[in-house]
Design a protein around this ligand. Structure first.
Ligand code: TEU
Ligand code: CA
Length: 565
């Protein structure tokens, strides 16, 4: 039997602090900036605010390289500002969760600076090392490494250290109980300060097979879908660690725990979130967000784009996997992804608003806790940089270098990045049509999208037909119809290439959701009937077109029809 809980009913709003609002003119968003915009966040009707890392960091990866877990990054503000933010969020009746990066630290963290000074240093065992006497280490992938390598040589200790991301993000050695105690202590520190939970970065990667087996391309392909992320997510002690973390931390708080879960498939999800196992509450999987990319290539979209049929299968499989135990999440964009609208909809002037509204209808009517990424609520789109110098993201820059060094096709990479590059989702938030979109009075750290004069909050604030007000309406609707949260999800027309349709059903209530994911007009198949006496509660067009008793969906039309029994 499934229990109803606040975080299942919640809508989460993700704030990327660097790009949200700058309060002091240094061009970088900060905590005071977020505080000044809490009215906007609250106006959406969301329940939980998730902020990306704001801890002390050399910012090689925009805060995902923490150098002090108990300090606020000076550029972000002070500890007082953070306490104020927590108080103000609570005062508005919302909750706040922080991002926690404990798979790795910054190479500037005192633990690592000590560790790499000598093999005898007590902190040496806080990280994973491969001593030179053993020869070359077995290959591991470093996602953000210019050479693609996951080991980096350190002269002082005559050994390589492990880093799944960049060389500036050494992986912590969770085998060491002292490391684990340190980390649990940090989690408790923040919970005691009053935050309501965590999004746990790359948490599926914390356990390593320290027999360090050779993982050849063949093994990777045969056993791990050719995906290093999957190999990394299947460490032998992962669930032991998560259970321990539960006992030592979560058990004592009413906090929500959300795993960022690269490498996890639907059939593994309950290992993390079945409440009987006492590990975590929810996982954010990558299968939906990665649909359409060519496997084995770096963020290269298949020529025809993603297939809706495949997308439906992924979300339906995930729903099925979590239908009786556990609970899911859904997101269509975040700080690691292109803009939702450019990725899954069509971002030209003709269809931008319509397809954004359709996508939000999807996002907010599925059986999973939805995440809204800041900027999507006004329909912000990819900036599509032309020059490598415009990018700031370590991933883009390092992979560019890797391809260049290997004599690869840099031009093709630049083109792929216009769709997939992470900086597309990180351009400054567009508040109004004044200088720098009202984000900063200084020079923004990343270019503002030139369309800010037309696409901004001020423009949409009071326009009843705006994307912004559509999102506010949908959030409210989800909160007022329990079937949209807890109702059973039943996929209709699974093989239809253009329409995504499903029921959300409880005993006395049913919502039928009909979404046209394409720019063509589509007639619903004849076996698909119009519900008699249904009430249309969501529609991104003024009306509904019918043709001989068949529903006809206009380009990117999204409809929710409520059928009460
Ligand atoms: O992401 C982890 C992760 O798996 C992604 O890095 C993913 O591989 C990549 O973004 C695909 O482009 C988290 C954070 O969300 C991300 O911002 C960090 O860069 C990363 O961890 C390292 O901490
Ligand atoms: Ca600032």
């Amino acid at each position: 039997m499934r229990m109803n809980t606040w975080w299942k009913e919640a809508v989460i709003y993700q704030v990327y602090p660097r790009s949200f609002k700058d309060s002091n003119g240094d061009g970088i968003g900060d905590l005071r900036g977020i505080i000044s915009k809490l009215d906007h966040i609250a106006s959406l009707g969301v329940d939980i605010v998730w902020i990306n890392p704001v801890y002390a960091s050399p910012d090689r990866d925009n805060g995902y390289d923490i150098s002090d877990y108990r300090a606020v990054q000076p550029g972000m503000g002070t500890m007082e500002d953070l306490r104020l933010l927590i108080r103000k969020v609570h005062k508005k009746g919302m909750k706040i969760i922080m991002d926690m990066v404990i798979n790795h630290t910054s190479d500037d963290h005192i633990w690592f600076r000590e560790a790499c000074s000598s093999r005898d240093n007590p902190f040496y065992s806080y990280y994973h090392w491969w001593p030179v006497e053993k020869g070359e280490p077995p290959h591991r992938c470093g996602f953000f490494d210019p050479a693609g390598k996951g080991w980096h040589y350190n002269e002082a200790t005559r050994s390589w250290y492990l880093h799944y991301f960049s060389e500036h993000q050494p992986d912590l050695n969770w085998e060491n109980p002292e490391v684990r105690e340190q980390l649990y202590d940090i989690l408790r520190y923040w919970l005691d300060m009053g935050i309501d939970g965590f999004r746990l970065d790359a948490i599926t990667f914390i356990s390593k097979d320290t027999r360090w087996p050779y993982v050849t391309a063949m093994i990777l392909k045969d056993r791990y879908y050719g995906d290093w992320g999957h190999y990394y997510a299947t460490g032998p002690r992962i669930h032991e660690y998560l259970k321990e973390m539960y006992e030592k931390v979560w058990r004592h708080y009413d906090a929500v725990t959300i795993a960022e879960a690269p490498g996890i498939t639907a059939d593994e999800a309950n290992l993390f979130v079945d409440p009987r196992r006492k590990e975590l509450n929810m996982v954010c999987h990558f299968e939906g967000i990665m649909a359409g990319y060519i496997p084995g290539e770096f963020k290269k979209m298949a020529p025809g784009g993603y297939s809706l049929k495949e997308l439906k299968k992924i979300y339906t499989d995930w729903d099925g996997a979590l239908s009786s135990r556990g609970w899911g999440t859904i997101y269509l964009g975040n700080h690691d992804q292109p803009r939702m609208i450019s990725h899954w909809g069509q971002d030209d002037d003709k269809y931008r608003d319509l397809s954004t509204k359709m996508l939000f209808t999807f996002l907010l009517t599925m059986r999973a806790t939805p995440f809204i990424y800041n900027g999507d609520e006004i329909g912000m789109v990819n900036i599509r940089f032309q020059h490598i110098d415009d990018y700031q993201d370590i991933e883009t820059l390092q992979v560019y270098q890797r391809i260049k060094d290997a004599g690869g096709d840099v031009g093709a990479f630049m083109k792929d990045q216009q769709l997939a590059g992470r900086d597309n989702g990180r351009t400054p938030f567009q508040w109004n049509d004044r200088a720098n979109a009202g984000f900063t009075r200084g020079k923004p750290w990343l270019k503002v999208h030139p369309n800010y004069c037309r696409i901004n909050v001020a423009e949409q604030q009071d326009d009843p037909s705006s994307v912004l007000n559509f999102v506010r309406y949908l959030v409210g609707l989800r909160k007022s119809i329990p079937a949209l949260v807890y109702g059973k999800y039943e996929l209709l027309l699974p093989d239809h290439p253009h329409i995504y349709a499903y029921y959300r059903r409880t005993d006395g209530d049913c919502c039928m959701v009909l979404l046209n994911f394409t720019s063509r007009e589509v007639v619903c198949p004849p076996e698909f009937s119009i519900p008699v006496g249904g009430e249309i509660v969501v529609n991104n067009y003024a009306g509904v077109r019918e043709r001989e008793r068949h529903w006809c969906l206009l380009p990117f039309q999204g409809l929710v029809c409520r059928i009460k029994k």
